[in-house]
Design a protein around this ligand. Structure first.
Ligand code: HEM
Length: 473
């Protein structure tokens, strides 16, 4: 899909269109994107909904609309504050220590490492621990039912008919709905929901407290008990704000100006369930793929890897534990992560739905038009990024970053509907990469090849991606 967008932009320009379920306008004009994603956000608050989510996922923040979406998002945002991240530090540190113990064995045995598979296990462990409150240790126990079912949810393959409909023939989405197809495979989803319900019940009945996302949502549910109202009642609750923190992107870009007012309602148990599952869906493979591509890029650019290691060592000396605050002090680490996300943005496209006729310059966009935001296309546009296929973290250096045109770097989207898990994802990527680079040198092995991309809206390497790790003294 990313390469498809690159082709469309090259052939038809920065604003071009085609039809699938309805009119799709592909916009890669940065000025226009700023107006769509931030300035006139109220016109473009929602994404297109294929109505193939199924009963649980219908309540997830990623598909909710208008006031209901704003409400759930407002409840979730504080969970991603820096204070809350710090509280979870020990959970992530634990996962990184387990990872290093496993890697020690791989290195001792002289084996190559398929990072595509390996990082999925790490991110599964981190998400299970920080979101679901369960310690999975996927590295030693890849066959636990929780892990197997969670992995099945991600099996975005030609064997899932709903995905075929969405990607190949979206205009048949209404028919797929009649056939009761859903995007997330039903059985694995039911298993995960069952496990979630058990954990929630146990937490509530035992009063067990754990500093994770689930605990924050359980707290939100408890507050709800005294104020129970069906979710739809809150759609009339009037205007509301999203905190400024919502629209902080990796590059400094304009923020939406929202009125300060909050809806006073916590989440229902079904809403909690839906958010937990969407965190798993949205946070697992995106983060694993970024780690995979970054490891590969560092293996074929040893000079960049050495510079990065040196800068890490200057901040985190021997026998010092990486922490949330320490990893924030390594600018070159941010540069390397940003440049990985530019070259291989996990999400190829974002979308917005136009809710009323809207005019930009002399172009009128009709209500109901879907705006496609070609993240991959923008990141590979030679006009915005000279030599777009080169890995050059210095594009994001202090001296150079002013040259980046706002709204041409959108790995996490932008505006009030950007990625709610962005800070968490960056935190996790940093902790894992720092733990690896402090102990091992990443080198290419005879099996390392340039990854061929599989891109169904989520960019992943098609085949295993092999590297070798060497311990240095
Ligand atoms: C490298 C990792 C990640 C990348 C590149 C990424 C990218 C994105 C993108 C492009 C969007 C759409 C934004 C837009 O429409 O403007 C998005 C939305 C979202 N992401 Fe992420 N994401 C990542 C990790 C995570 C994690 C770890 C979580 C959960 C903890 C998460 C949860 C979500 C949710 C819930 C949404 C929907 C937000 C809403 O509609 O309000 N993501 N992400």
């Amino acid at each position: 899909m990313g390469k498809f967008d690159v082709g469309l932009i090259k052939k038809f320009g920065r604003v071009c269109g085609y039809y699938d379920t309805g009119p799709i306008l592909l916009v890669s004009d940065p000025e226009m994107l700023k107006d769509i994603m931030v300035k006139d956000f109220s016109v473009f608050a929602n994404r297109r909904d294929f109505d193939l989510n199924g009963p649980i996922m219908d309540l997830s923040v990623s598909v909710l609309r208008d006031q209901h979406w704003k409400h759930v998002r407002n409840v979730l945002v504080p969970a991603f504050s820096s204070g809350k991240m710090r509280q979870m530090e020990h959970l992530i540190t634990d996962c990184c220590e387990t990872m290093v113990a496993h890697l020690d064995k791989v290195v001792k045995d002289g084996e190559d490492l398929d990072v595509k598979e390996y990082f999925k296990r790490i991110t599964m462990d981190v998400i299970s621990s920080t979101f679901f409150g369960t310690k999975t240790d996927t590295q030693s126990n890849p066959n636990s039912p929780f892990v197997k079912n969670a992995l099945k949810i991600f099996d975005i393959s030609i064997f899932n008919p709903a995905f075929l409909v969405v990607f190949l023939a979206p205009r048949f989405a209404p028919f797929a709905k009649k056939m009761k197809m859903q995007l997330t495979p039903r059985r694995p989803l039911e298993h995960i929901v069952l496990v979630m319900k058990e954990i929630l019940e146990m937490r509530k009945s035992s009063g067990q407290v754990r500093r994770d996302f689930l605990q924050m949502m359980v707290k939100a549910m408890d507050q709800n008990d005294s104020t129970k109202r069906p979710a739809k009642d809150y759609e009339e609750d009037g205007p509301d704000v999203l905190s400024d923190a919502l629209s902080v992107g990796p590059s400094s870009q304009p923020q939406a100006n929202h009125q300060e007012h909050r809806i006073n309602r916590a989440l229902t148990p079904d809403e909690v369930m839906a958010q937990s599952v969407v965190f798993l869906l949205a946070g697992f493979e995106t983060t694993a793929n970024t780690l995979t591509f970054m490891t590969y890029l560092l293996s074929i650019h040893p000079e960049i890897q050495e510079r990065l290691r040196k800068e890490i060592q200057q901040v985190i000396g021997r026998d010092v534990q990486p922490t949330y605050d320490l990893i924030a002090q390594i600018p070159y680490l941010d540069q390397c992560i940003n440049e990985t996300l530019r070259l291989y943005p996990p999400a190829t496209r974002a979308e917005r739905e136009c809710s009323e006729d809207w005019t930009w310059k002399n172009l009128t966009i009709e209500k109901g038009t879907t705006i496609g935001i070609p993240i991959y296309g923008l990141h590979h546009d030679p006009e915005f990024w000279p030599e777009p296929d080169c890995y050059n973290p210095d594009r994001f250096s202090e001296e150079n970053k002013h040259k980046i045109i706002p709204f041409t770097f959108l790995p996490f989207g932008q505006g009030p509907r950007n990625c709610v898990g962005m800070r968490f994802a960056i935190y996790e990527i940093k902790m894992v990469m720092v733990s690896i680079l402090l102990k091992y040198r990443i080198v290419s092995s005879p099996r390392t090849v340039t990854p061929v991309l599989k891109d169904w809206g989520l960019v992943t390497p098609k085949d295993p991606l092999w590297v070798k790790l060497e311990e240095f003294s």
